[in-house]
Design a protein around this ligand. Structure first.
Ligand SMILES: Cc1cc2nc3c(=O)[nH]c(=O)nc-3n(C[C@H](O)[C@H](O)[C@H](O)COP(=O)(O)O)c2cc1C
Length: 168
């Protein structure tokens, strides 16, 4: 079984619901759900695979709990880890900052020697700008519970099928 931590920050519960859904879909693996507000260095050290989830608030801001969790993550040796992202946002009301926070997480750890998996195509989304887009792809899976919640389950299933073979 693969040891996977799903670390998430959620203000109104959407990211938490998605985190639980990912855990359910990965239930044949050894999965632990960790709220970003409770993150400890030992958690990061224990798991070779990290799935990091955040919603975006303000105009392109990280979800609050990540303000303390991200420095903890950055303190850790991430080399050798496999990391995937999921980001929640609202492409209808926040089309210029859509899922920016996922891009902020990526930027913060992109040079730490870890391996990133699970980037996705932007082609089925409508938005104007996103910090989570690098080389024409989202750095993880972008989810929109406000405007496109009917697409979330399929997006997650495809993304999980994509990342699972690459997890350690
Ligand atoms: C005040 C406010 C600001 C928001 N800002 C953004 C934003 O800049 N970009 C974005 O994609 N979504 C934005 N959103 C949408 C949230 O990210 C979205 O509702 C998300 O599902 C919330 O997840 P959570 O309940 O896990 O925090 C905003 C929502 C609110 C209410």
């Amino acid at each position: 079984m693969k040891k996977i931590a799903i670390i998430y920050g959620s203000t109104t519960g959407n990211t938490e619901t998605v985190a639980k859904s990912i855990a359910e879909k990965l239930s044949s693996e050894d999965v632990q759900l960790i709220e970003a507000s409770n993150l400890k260095v030992e958690d990061v050290e224990t798991f070779p695979n990290l799935i990091l989830g955040t919603s975006t608030w303000g105009l392109g801001d990280l979800q609050d709990d990540w303000e303390t969790a991200l420095p903890i993550l950055k303190k850790c040796d991430l080399s050798g880890k496999t990391i995937a992202f999921f980001g929640l946002g609202d492409s209808g009301s926040y089309s210029d900052t859509f899922v920016d926070a996922m891009g902020t997480l990526y930027e913060a750890i992109k040079n730490t020697g870890c391996t990133f998996v699970g980037k996705t195509s932007v082609k089925d989304y409508q938005f104007d700008a996103s910090k989570a887009v690098v080389d024409d792809c989202f750095v993880g899976v972008a989810l929109d519970e406000d405007s496109e919640s009917n697409l979330t389950n399929n997006r997650l299933e495809q993304w999980i099928a994509n990342i699972l073979p690459h997890l350690q």
